[in-house]
Design a protein around this ligand. Structure first.
Ligand code: SAM
Length: 294
């Protein structure tokens, strides 16, 4: 585990009905809570579902906010459409983590996708999201969706299947998701991608988690010929600026961007569009200096 990943501490103050998530123990996000809908413990993590005033229903795993009804579209559109509008023919897609179903929902907006495999360690996350977030989990029963309840790192090490696009929709690198940030996992992803394959992994906050992001970037650059960081604005994630890292064996996310297909398909999105596809790769100087050494 990197030194800059400190377990998010969260607390629900039932008397004042506020939820606070502390980032690195030094800053945080506080939301007023209408109702605690569910609290329980799976074999892997604590699961909380709260109804908040500002962001609607919210899923908290292992003490970290995973999704809220109001802003989940940003993360799910950005992890999916950037690689899927880059790869010319993404037929077989793999999602590691992502048990809420938001990434699968976005992936299946692409008609050329024949099958999306979701490898989620925690069956209870899928069950609770189907029950409490039906608008996010809406494509988990689609016949094109195959769900395997397994550790994603173990799946990558053992499978002999090949994929066109692999999306690592992991929780923070602490607890069960720690393995999904390690170099041998990324090497196994490289090995299981077709020769023109693309991988995107969520890569934490470029504000709070610079060491984690830098280490991931350096490891990925030693594996893939093309590695690019991009970012999006997610209000409920630490610092609100969230990074993704795209790794490609062949295609370039800007030069090979399928802008015509995006226009023709006319998919409904609330954050992603053709301008964002290109602009999201433009990095502020503080990220260039801290991560790329430029
Ligand atoms: N959007 C989110 C974020 O960045 O906070 C990620 C959300 S998604 C719900 C993360 C999922 O990864 C969780 O459902 C969790 O159970 C799953 N997960 C954690 N470790 C895993 C592992 N080793 N293999 C497969 N899934 C894992």
């Amino acid at each position: 585990m990197s030194e800059d990943i400190i377990r998010e501490e969260s607390m629900v103050d039932l008397w004042n009905v506020w939820y606070s998530e502390l980032h690195q123990g030094r800053a945080g996000l506080t939301l007023k809570v209408k109702q605690v809908i569910y609290s329980g413990q799976s074999p892997f993590q604590r699961i909380d579902i709260l109804e908040t005033y500002e962001f609607g229903r919210m899923l908290v795993l292992y003490g970290s906010i995973m999704i809220t009804e109001k802003d989940e579209f940003v993360y799910h559109e950005m992890i999916s459409h950037v690689p899927l509008f880059t790869h010319p023919n993404p037929r077989r897609v793999l999602v590691i983590g992502g048990g809420d179903g938001g990434t699968v929902r976005e992936v299946l907006k692409h008609p050329e996708v024949e099958q999306v495999t979701l490898v989620e360690i925690d069956q209870m996350v899928v069950e609770k999201c189907k029950e409490y977030f039906p608008q996010v989990a809406c494509e988990l029963d689609n016949p094109k969706t195959r769900i395997l309840f397994q550790d994603g790192a173990q799946f990558m090490a053992e499978t002999d299947e090949k994929f066109d696009v692999i999306l690592v929709d992991a929780s923070d690198p602490i607890g069960p998701a720690e393995v999904l940030f390690q170099k041998n996992f990324h090497q196994n992803i490289y090995n299981r991608l077709n020769e023109d394959g693309i991988m995107v992994t969520q890569s934490e906050s470029p504000w709070y988690h610079q060491r984690t992001l830098r280490r991931m970037y350096e490891n990925l650059r030693s594996i893939f010929p093309l590695v690019r960081i991009y970012w999006a604005y997610v209000p409920t994630y630490p610092s609100s600026i969230w990074s993704f890292t795209l790794c490609s064996k062949k295609y370039h996310p800007i030069k090979d961007f399928k802008a015509d297909q995006y226009r023709e398909l006319g998919i409904s999105t609330n954050y992603y569009n053709a301008g964002i596809h290109q602009a999201c790769f433009v990095l502020p100087n503080f990220i260039k200096k801290a991560i790329l050494n430029r």
